[in-house]
Design a protein around this ligand. Structure first.
Ligand code: FES
Length: 106
């Protein structure tokens, strides 16, 4: 399955991912600029992405822990999510996200 990721410079990437992988892991393993400091433990918010509006309703709701972290994430928007908290499934094949500026490593 594929996800479409727009990086901080506006370049769009089509990335191959596997079922049950975290979106953050796919983005990181393909070498895009994502900090993901805590490695997916839902404690850093440096995997912040903006989810394309057409996909928002297809995601499971954010957990209270994710909501708390997002509240403090720089540049938070209504479509903000933590990419380590989104697990890939067939239903999310083609998911489109944009990396938030605060997710950059440098
Ligand atoms: S990688 Fe730290 S919250 Fe997602």
């Amino acid at each position: 399955m594929k996800i479409l990721v727009t990086d901080q410079s506006g370049t769009r990437h089509e990335l191959e991912g596997l079922e049950s992988w975290r979106v953050m892991e796919v983005i990181r393993d393909w070498g895009l600029n994502i900090k993901a400091e805590c490695g997916g433990a839902c404690s850093c918010a440096t995997c912040h992405v903006y989810v394309d509006e057409s996909w928002l309703k297809r995601l499971l709701p954010a957990s209270p822990e994710e909501e708390d972290l997002l509240y403090t994430a720089p540049g938070r928007q209504a479509n903000s999510r933590l990419s380590c908290q989104i697990l890939l499934s067939d239903a999310l094949d083609g998911l489109e996200v944009t990396l938030a500026p605060s997710s950059a490593k440098d």
